[in-house]
Design a binder for this molecule. Sequence first.
Ligand code: C2E
Ligand code: CA
Ligand code: CA
Ligand code: CA
Length: 274
Amino acid sequence: AKKSARGSVRVFDESMDGAIRFRRAIEGGLSNAIEAGELRLVYQPIVSHDTLEVVAFEALMRWDSAEYGSISPAMFIPIAEESNLIHDLGDWVLGEALTMLERWPGQYVSVNFSPRQFRRPNFVGHVVERVDRAGIAPSRLQIEITETAIFDDAERAADTLYRVRQMGFRIALDDFGTGYSSLYNIRKFALDCLKIDKSFIDGMGRERESAAIVQSIIHLGRALGLEVVAEGVETEAQVQALRIAGCSHLQGFHLSRPIEAARATELAEARFIE
Ligand code: C2E
Ligand code: CA
Ligand code: CA
Ligand code: CA
């Protein structure tokens, strides 16, 4: 019995070790990824529901690692977020996204900022400087944050968001409905947009609960004068249900998958999803 107990301890140790080694490897790979040119952005259209006009693109990171192959941001962003790497990655993303704005006629770009980026000292000053240098109108940059970014220190977050808004940037609350104290957050903070999490859109056709939640978020958003984006729209049935519910904007594979920069520019010029 003793032996097997020790054996299982060793197995546990080895798997811990493996997890740590894997993380270190990803960290190492990521820290070279920018210089190695392994990162790129893809752009997913956000369209207005009534006309299917493309009003914006969400910038999404892709990492094609020479060593590990294509790695999902869902995997590497949390690892970057636990180290200072997230700042370099975030700066790179912002630079790329601002370059795209010069090529698009009028759309805005929606960029994901991790909680750690958002809490960085002088976050606002930093973004302002980048946007100024690019000569871009602040209203063409939407800052997407999740409720985790504001959860820890709501007072400081409120102050940051207020300044972000005063500088003329747009603010979207991402994955809305999945975080803590959602209602508190939208009462307290200056926002432009709510993005309804995909899980509610998925559930809409199946459960009364999800449909009711989607409907209430849309009502709430409209009453507060916010844009409401349904995320992860995959079917025509969802498009119809969201029309009836009065949802102003759509994003998801049914409208368009995330696309390469050159195609995004073509679509930006065409202005409408066919
Ligand atoms: P997110 O911000 O919630 O982004 C939406 C995710 O849903 C994207 O996954 C997108 O490709 C995917 N998606 C969009 N429409 C559909 C659909 O109809 N069906 C399905 N199944 N999926 C859909 P992606 O690109 O893999 O990104 C995953 C997450 O990684 C993002 O979730 C975001 O949290 C993070 N991320 C991606 N790029 C960045 C970045 O530049 N900075 C930061 N901080 N995080 C990023
Ligand atoms: Ca997002
Ligand atoms: Ca989201
Ligand atoms: Ca998400």
